[in-house]
Design a protein around this ligand. Sequence first.
Ligand code: CTP
Length: 398
Amino acid sequence: MLAGKRILLIIGGGIAAFKSLDLIRRLRDQGVKVTPVLTKAAEEFVTPLSTSALAAEKVYRDLFDLTDEAEMGHIELSRAADLVVVAPTTADLMAKMAHGHANDLASTLLMATDKRVLIAPAMNVRMWEHPATQRNLAILTGDDVLVVGPDEGNMACGEYGPGRMAEVPDIIAAIGAALGEGPLKRRHVLVTSGPTHEPIDPVRYIANRSSGAQGTALAAALRDLGARVTFVTGPADVRPPIGVEIVAIETAAQMLDAVEAALPADAAVFAAAVADWRVENASESKMKKDGSGQAPALSFAENPDILATISKGQSRPGLVVGFAAETDDVVANATAKRARKGCDWIVANDVSPETGIMGGDENRIVLISQDGAEDWPRLPKDEVARRLAQRIADAVAG
Ligand code: CTP
């Protein structure tokens, strides 16, 4: 998918620089041309020779290297790529970028480029959390700089927390998303995911056991096929994917508003486990025991059916996919649900506790369309997502 793309890779000075060598190798495996630039500090961690050998390209190191200027000026170098990636991005590089410094080759290229820039920050947890770094981050995201990571974990310096550079596959996924390549290029896909929370009072709510894993994996798989993804998510356990537009909501009513605001779309996938009911008499203030031993009476109102509303609405996407979580008569119930809700496909699964599907890593689905029911083998949720995304791409772009 990335074959033929050109990336200008600026390697900053940090212990994570060694991972950037692996990044070069894996990008080249995919047919990407990588032009590496080393900062002075980076040369303390990786050598120009190993970088150049892995990239099979000249390594650029110095702004005032006249040979380089004769071959390719720094302005041209900054624009010859499809994307500029800075990995690792140190606190110092972030500060330079945020404030427009141009006092070495890397910072000058970053000022001169007309391409999008993706940074993969890596630094000590205190440095990452420092207000100065967070201010710089806000400036950079405001400037449309893309950010991948940092991850949380044990750090080379012995501390724990956010600051580790994102893993190479995540950086590659972010590069793919930044370049918007794939069969769903220029297509807009909407995905709902996770549970909803329906308040009882300001501190209590009704929820369900959805982790958001399947919806999150689907959004990432659609992104990897080049789609612009709007990801409308309830409070899920899993982190939302990078490189998608995240709209965080809590209630079913907010989810419907967010979905309607995100239309039009070429396809919409409703993977969320939306609460069917909300508490009609939710209290504005915390409900208290009154000492009488009398439990409060909650009354319920039905939530809007988001999938049915959109399927039957004016701005219906060309392809509408619903999910059906069933415990009995999966195919019969899901087939009836498809007709009732007016969607094109239903992804049905058996969520009986003994299947371990709800909240688990695997899924076994039956895809129901106008052509009938198609049984899929039990697969990891990521793989189900990739296959479904491909089917969506075939239907939308085919
Ligand atoms: N759905 C929705 N809005 C709701 C309820 C469900 O958009 N208020 C969507 C879900 O995202 C899913 C599909 O409808 O794509 C089916 O969800 P499911 O919970 O299986 O169905 P229900 O409508 O709750 O039907 P039932 O309670 O009869 O199983």
